[in-house]
Ligand binder design. Sequence first.
Ligand SMILES: Cc1cc2nc3c(=O)[nH]c(=O)nc-3n(C[C@H](O)[C@H](O)[C@H](O)COP(=O)(O)OP(=O)(O)OC[C@H]3O[C@@H](n4cnc5c(N)ncnc54)[C@H](O)[C@@H]3O)c2cc1C
Length: 403
Amino acid sequence: MTQRDVLVVGAGPVGAQVARLLAARGHDVLMVEEHARVGQPVQCAGLFTPAIFDLVDFPEREVHLNDIRGAHVRSPTGQLIALDAGKIMAHAINRGGFDQACVRRAELAGAEVWTSAKALRFDRHERGVRGTIHRSGREQAEVDARLVVGADGAASTVGQAFGLPRAKEVVSCYGAQMRGMTDLTLDRVEMFVGRKGYPGFFGWIVPQGEGHGMVELGVHMSPRPAKQHFADMLQDKVVAPFTHAAESLYEVAAVIPFGPKAKTTAERVMLVGDAAAQAKPTSGGGVYTGMKCAAHLVEVADEALQADDVGDARLAAYHERWTADVGKELRIGARLRKAFMHLRDDEMEALFGVLSKPECIALIQQLGDIDHPSKLAARLLREEPALLRYTAPAVARSIFGQG
Ligand SMILES: Cc1cc2nc3c(=O)[nH]c(=O)nc-3n(C[C@H](O)[C@H](O)[C@H](O)COP(=O)(O)OP(=O)(O)OC[C@H]3O[C@@H](n4cnc5c(N)ncnc54)[C@H](O)[C@@H]3O)c2cc1C
């Protein structure tokens, strides 16, 4: 039996951020991770905006692979929108190394980390929550904690155990890290759209260095598994010029949950990161938003632990603070994604025609911000009413559920 102030379930980047910041405030923190090695398997493209490195306490050069200054967005027939922001918009990073660096910092701040330790069950009692942890090769452990933080990703065991809502939507992803790719522009992300190839989301290549990169896609509510879509993607005439001679180093199969969830706290329980469905619906990026929300969680948890009041009424302040911070962006993002996923391929081609106009390209290059896409979307719709002609039918289909 172990007693702690806080049990953090899941040593992903967001759990590690919570563990570091709470340990730094003097709380006794245990973080458990079901995998033997933090950061493995990698289930990410590793495309991070520079803002993420304002939130962690190590420099971006520790995990840096490549700088990204723009994107090539390709329609189903291969129409190209070429974007160049003229500055660094994002970094391709070593995601496994990033998670390890976050967890190392949490340990340095005083948090204890158990790997190969899977949280199985939680039981409330009058003084806290007892977590039952399966530790491979060791005896099962019981951990008594005053507060449990569910940073345990999309399928959150913590969220399920305490009856918190599931994500509203889940995008299934498949992909691979590949080497031997050709024709890549090192500082451009390649993006592929089209309802047949990438229903409900899109495909992408994030270059990580000469010939190297993450080739991935997401699909939503497709009758075919994401893996099959990925096999087709590699054969597609728009993608094959990059991948025809490439080989796969390892494969990625994971989901991205989208919300926002209506509730992310319960008595002695808080959810954060993918467990709280805090990823951006337009890009699927979840590390920046998850880490921003982690800061709100830590503020509220610290006050609650000090006041010895970890009831839901007090913890709910966290839900209010994180939704006030990133909730609006997530809600607008969800609407944009909904309109986008209901576009037919012929409408998508027409949309490319409009967006290729020099004034639209200039706006995208000026206002494009992966972390805050709503500003650009609002300006584009205002300045280019023709866009409404293509998005309005898709919005109507999304509302009335046709197609
Ligand atoms: C294909 C793909 C590409 C992506 N690309 C990007 C990108 O380029 N940029 C970006 O910002 N985001 C990206 N994302 C999203 C991003 O990976 C997630 O938003 C992010 O990992 C969320 O961090 P987290 O710490 O909340 O959860 P996770 O990283 O999922 O970590 C949760 C941890 O909890 C552990 N765990 C789960 N259950 C238990 C349990 N019962 N007991 C103990 N441990 C448990 C898991 O093993 C895991 O280590 C991508 C996602 C996918 C699927």
